[in-house]
Design a protein around this ligand. Structure first.
Ligand code: FMN
Length: 364
């Protein structure tokens, strides 16, 4: 990635003020610049988005889930997804698959792309993945886990982590058992989304269960689920026994969530200091990251457009802006519309209805 223009002095000073509250942490041997980490999201956590979230305070990032089979077949599109930029400080690659030999082979390839760690997806609830035995189905075959972890570890120099759910269903909450196996098999840390596979994205994340694992854990634990606004994240950050927290959907509508959650006094005000100008600066940087990565107008447009629309959510006239953007076929025209929209917002605040369901499907 070529170096990008710095943010304006105004935005830079806002960012630096929040970052002064960040507490760096280590999970096993991996260093994170804050305890708030970007969770993996399919179709979203690619290189440009990870870089942007790092610039906006994410203490570390994880790629979207990447198929071991795609890697082992040498599929070009899959291999592209493995790329890590030299500017990325603490980025990991998440793999999904179901069988030890092929996952270990893919892990070796993934490691050669330079991530700081590899992560195994053990939470994906999607049928296509689960019926083959991958994602959250791995949590059902507990006896296969130690051989899987050990096989992968034997091929790697970098740490290996796992991301799980609480269990398959309410009658099999076996995350505690998996933590124990993970510890004994050399896994560096465990991230847990506080829902079962059966729940998919319904109901609420079971934070009592997550916190109870801290009583028995023998390795670092990252808690995840429903941390969608700075106030909620900041509250959880203060009271959790987890070593770190992971944020996914919250970062889509509020790219400043990692920063805003760091200062508990600020987060409780529920007003944002980030205005339309700041969003426009962030989008311009994202535009550079995306066009440098994809080198193709259509692919860049698709990537950029969905993020712009999420970033606009909750601002005045966002629905009309969204319709305009989705009927605009060219990247440069899209950027012009975006500039006009965000610069017209002045000091307008965003109002997001957090009680409304937002993105109720995903791969973990
Ligand atoms: C669109 C989308 C894609 C996701 N993709 C992945 C993925 O590739 N790997 C993974 O482990 N989890 C994935 N997840 C799950 C998130 O990492 C996270 O566990 C879940 O969304 C709960 O956190 P949240 O409430 O902060 O969103 C995805 C979630 C969403 C919404």
């Amino acid at each position: 990635m070529k170096s990008v223009a710095p943010f304006s002095p105004i935005l830079t000073s806002k960012i630096e003020k929040f970052q002064s509250f960040a507490k760096p942490t280590s999970l096993g041997t991996v260093k994170f610049s804050s305890r708030l980490i970007l969770a993996p999201m399919a179709g979203i956590c690619n290189l440009p988005y990870r870089l942007l979230m790092q610039d906006l305070g994410a203490g570390g990032t994880v790629s979207e889930l990447i198929s071991c089979h795609g890697i082992n077949y040498g599929n070009q599109r899959t291999l592209e997804m493995l790329k890590i930029d030299p500017l990325e400080k603490t980025a990991g690659i998440q793999l999904f698959g179901e069988e030890a030999e092929s996952m270990a082979r893919a892990a070796e390839v993934a490691e050669s792309y330079g991530p700081k760690f590899l992560d195994i997806n053990m939470g994906c609830p999607v049928n296509k993945v689960v019926t083959k035995g991958g994602g959250s189905a791995l949590m059902r075959e507990v006896k296969n886990l130690a051989p899987l972890f050990e096989k992968m570890r034997s091929k790697l120099k970098i740490p290996l982590s796992i991301k799980i759910r609480t269990g398959w269903d309410a009658n099999s909450l076996n995350a505690g058992e998996i933590l124990k196996i993970a510890h004994e098999s050399g896994i560096e840390w465990v991230a847990i989304h506080g829902r079962t596979r059966t729940q998919q994205y319904t109901g609420t994340a079971n934070w009592d269960f997550i916190e109870s694992l801290n009583e028995i854990k023998s390795l670092p634990l990252i808690g995840n689920g429903d941390l969608h606004h700075p106030f909620g994240v900041s509250e959880r950050l203060q009271k959790t026994q987890c070593n770190a927290l992971m944020l996914a959907r919250g970062a889509l509508r509020n790219p400043f969530i990692f920063l805003e959650s760091l200062d508990s006094g600020y987060a409780s005000q529920k007003r944002s200091v980030f205005n339309g100008n700041d969003y426009w600066e962030v989008i311009q940087r994202l535009h550079v990251y995306i066009t440098e990565t994809f080198h193709d107008e259509r692919a860049s447009l698709v990537q950029l457009r969905k993020l712009i629309v999420w970033f606009a959510a909750g601002f005045p006239h966002a629905a009309a802006f969204r319709s305009q953007i989705f009927t605009c076929p060219h990247l440069e025209d899209t950027m012009k519309l975006t500039e006009d929209y965000f610069l017209s917002l002045g000091e307008s605040q965003k109002f997001i209805n957090y009680d409304e369901v937002f993105m109720s499907s995903g791969h973990g």
